[in-house]
Design a protein around this ligand. Sequence first.
Ligand SMILES: *Cc1c(COP(=O)(O)O)cnc(C)c1O
Length: 381
Amino acid sequence: MDDVFSAAANRLTIDLQALADNWRQMKARSGRARAAAVLKADAYGIGIEAAAETLYRAGARDFFVANAEEGVDLRPLVPEGRIYVLAGLWPGIEPLFFENGLVPVINSEEQLAFFMAALSEHGDHPCVLHVDTGMNRLGLSMEEAMALASDPARPASFSPMLVMSHLACADDPAHPLNARQLAAFREVSTAFEGVEASLANSAGVHLGPDYHFDLTRPGIATYGGEAVNGMANPMTPVVTAEARIIQVRSVAEGGSASYGATAAFARDSRIAIASVGYADGYHRSVSGSGVALRQAAPSGAYGFLHGRRIPHVGRVTMDLSLFDVTDLPENAVRAGDYIELFGRNIALDDVARAGGTIGYELLTSLGHRYDRAYREADEEV
Ligand SMILES: *Cc1c(COP(=O)(O)O)cnc(C)c1O
């Protein structure tokens, strides 16, 4: 037992071969379009450095990040890559764009005016024009974009390298907003004749060739997550998260466990206490509307240990979680064992659903208390 607790409590194993394979699969599913890599939020939590190098080696040359700081971190990792910054630019940070060759995504008329002013000071620089086709998040309105396209001074005065929009409901292929957004985007991309166009995220790639245009932007699918509701996930898991068991204890029939005593035991039981809690990304989410909390798995998440699915019991606490290991042979579970939280045996999205959230949020919430091990990808075949 001497070295059992010498290492950090929990570990993430990140399979870069799976990451590369998933990206190539999304590229193949994108047909004639190029596929970008989406590396925002530290590459969906897995680590931007390893992800960028792997996807660059796999052939990606278009990269999306959320903000300029992420773009600056990414620049040395993808020397020939085009780096698009989704938040765009505003006063004070424009040198980051010009000095690091970052391409701002222009999301509003305000950003457009500021960018044009910055050009006259810094010289010519590429940009992406984002048009809102129905999500009402970022982008010029259709009216603003169409007016810009038909400005007689264009394209000499303003020539983006890409026109993009983002789908609100691509994870639900039957949702009528998909077709409405497609029709609007066709209109705007036609108006910006000769400019490349990009509409599809991971789920959008699955909507078919009409949605692919010139460049697709698969994120979650590359990281092994579910893109389309109700569709069997064709991707390979990239992240395996494991927590270390600190103690195994017995609870007699009729006993209870954890805060609130909500886990009641109808038989003599053994529970394993794992060193993972909401501070490691098992949180509760609060939204104005639209989260699937009321469809969540009533019995909560499962872990995987010694070849079996093991139910989580009681409340997740800040640093600790309880799993019912009564069905494993006595003495099979020892302090120091690792229980898989999600990965090869327990689907990321099953755990997310159990928590009323999505795989994206689980991945990007993991935090800093895990040891990370990267399984290298083979060289490009
Ligand atoms: C995050 C993001 C993507 C990637 O979306 P996934 O659903 O993860 O594939 C694509 N485009 C934009 C604008 C995004 O913000």
